[in-house]
Design a protein around this ligand. Structure first.
Ligand SMILES: [Zn+2]
Length: 321
């Protein structure tokens, strides 16, 4: 909660701090919504260090430090920022719900195809045997190879299996979509951002399995509703190839030995780049820190920023600790 403070110094500084707080968007304290005249009355609320353990008090406000901001929170020093980063990382580590969704039981693809009468028991048996013998390849690929079904039917069956729509990649813009989430996630989870519908809805396409953990993480990071769907495998691979060749926001990848190393790396990134906004989300074993440099864009979290205004850090933990 904001601290009620007597006005320790002249108007200029507090106006600056007030403006900064408003410009940083989602964590605007209630008092900043008051008309200015009212807010500038005998007492003034000032932004304060959001590290609950901070001992420095209001004297630190004299420092010219307006950034970095993590998830709308300002900290008076690098040490206090580290506490905020650690709190965010611990929150992500304890977030189990997304992982559970991912492991929910699905009707096997073969049964979906059988129930629709698109393949026979014999065709399924034949494809499963070939897959087992080869030790590789997906069931759908084997069924297509054996001419039991077409790619279109496999895609529709995957949509039914994951309860999601079959999407279209017409008017695909890989250069714009590359700003959405890190290349590493697109590559390792077989997912691509497909298109924005208006300013609030992002479609993402998966090739084979819908990863709800990624969907939830991207929703939280970008402040957008994310709708997942599937693309036919050949179309997915073509579009994935296009986006993986596009220009991405500058990204640093690293592996941390433990949580302490992860917090240290993220804090260093925050202090070095002084972003006007930043967020941390976890996607499976990856912790993704995104920095926004442009205050106008950070103000409206629904706006999709340009690539030069962004920087990502993706950190994998070497071992759970
Ligand atoms: Zn502090």
């Amino acid at each position: 909660m904001p601290v009620l403070m007597r006005r320790p110094f002249g108007g200029r500084v507090s106006e600056e701090l007030g403006a900064r707080s408003i410009a940083n968007g989602d964590a605007v304290p209630r008092h900043d919504l008051l008309p200015f005249a009212q807010a500038a009355a005998a007492t003034t609320f000032l932004p304060h260090c959001r590290n609950a353990k901070c001992k420095s008090g209001w004297m630190k406000l004299w420092r010219s430090r307006q950034a970095p901001i993590l998830e709308g929170m300002w900290a008076c020093s690098a040490a206090c920022m580290q506490e905020l980063v650690q709190t965010a990382v611990l929150r992500e580590m304890s977030e189990r719900s997304a992982q559970n969704v991912v492991h929910k039981h699905r009707v096997p693809l073969g049964l979906v195809l059988l129930s629709r009468g698109w393949i026979t028991q014999e065709q399924l048996k034949c494809a499963l045997e070939a897959q087992k013998k080869a030790g590789s390849g997906r069931l759908g690929e084997w069924l297509i190879k054996q001419k039991a079904v077409g790619e279109d039917q496999i895609t529709r069956a995957l949509g039914a299996q994951w309860n999601c729509p079959v999407l279209s990649s017409d008017s695909y813009d890989p250069a714009a979509m590359a700003a959405m989430f890190p290349r590493l996630l697109m590559d390792s989870l077989n997912v691509i951002p497909l298109r924005l519908a208006g300013r609030h809805l992002l479609y993402v396409a998966f090739e084979e399995r819908v990863d709800r953990c990624l969907v939830l993480a991207v929703e939280r990071m970008l402040g957008l509703k994310v709708e997942a769907g599937v693309l036919p495998a050949s179309e997915f691979r073509r579009r994935q190839g296009e986006i993986l060749r596009a220009s991405f926001p500058k990204t640093r990848l690293l592996e941390a030995m433990n949580m302490r190393g992860l917090v240290h790396a993220f804090t260093g990134m925050m202090e070095e780049n002084k972003p006007v906004q930043a967020k941390i989300v976890r996607v499976h074993d990856y912790f993704w820190l995104r920095l926004w440099r442009n205050s106008l864009l950070a103000e409206d979290s629904k706006a999709v920023p340009g690539i030069p205004d962004l920087e990502d850090m993706v950190c994998a933990l070497a071992a759970a600790d």
